[in-house]
Ligand binder design. Structure first.
Ligand code: AMP
Length: 179
């Protein structure tokens, strides 16, 4: 099994080659085809097993090949990745950037503990993939800095940890705002 046989776009294969990823890990082998088919996936695997690429690659593939992009002033996200902490937000965002380097898919990370204004400014231009912590996402949403009515893909990364950290109500509020 190779990344090419999974049917990923050449632009993504190029990044994987640069990164030296030779073959998909077991979770990638199972998750990537299912996500490319548009199915819902629930996956559990230990840290370091390549989970992030398991969802980032098929999401980037879908957004890079379906031709749908956010408008330049649309305050919209097409894919939303919720994560429990700002560290994970930065890490997941960095992975999307690395893998998507040769695509025109735009990505951004928004989290609490830092000023909200630069995040509002950036979101005004719209973003294809938004990685966010639930609390800051809701702040941005309630201040009309972001519309969630075009979200096509939702990822709950480390969902167990989000619930452990008490984000259940925030998650319900985000779900209510999704189409
Ligand atoms: P993760 O479990 O998503 O945190 O990934 C763990 C590490 O494995 C990260 O540093 C990735 O860059 C790396 N990685 C992910 N997928 C592969 C792969 N197929 N081949 C080699 N390294 C990978």
């Amino acid at each position: 099994m190779t990344f090419a046989t999974l049917g990923l776009a050449d632009t993504l294969l190029q990044s994987l080659e640069t990164l030296g990823y030779k073959t998909p890990t077991p979770i990638q082998e199972q998750a990537i085809p299912a996500i490319l088919e548009g199915r819902d996936v629930m996956a559990a695997a230990q840290t370091g097993t390549g989970k992030t690429a398991g969802f980032a690659l098929p999401i980037l593939h879908s957004l890079a090949t379906d031709g749908v992009k956010v408008g330049s002033n649309s305050v919209r996200a097409l894919a939303l990745v919720l994560v429990p902490t700002r560290e994970l937000a930065e890490q997941v965002h960095a992975s999307f950037r690395q893998y998507g380097e040769h695509t025109s898919v735009s990505t951004y990370a928004a989290y609490g503990g830092v000023s909200i204004n630069p995040q509002m400014m950036r979101l005004r231009r719209g973003v294809d993939v938004l990685v966010a912590t639930p609390g800051r996402l809701l702040d941005l949403y309630s201040q009309n800095a972001l519309k969630l009515n075009k979200v096509q893909i939702l990822v709950l990364d480390e969902a167990d940890r989000m619930l452990d950290l008490g984000f259940a109500n925030e998650l319900d509020a985000v779900f209510a705002a999704l189409p």
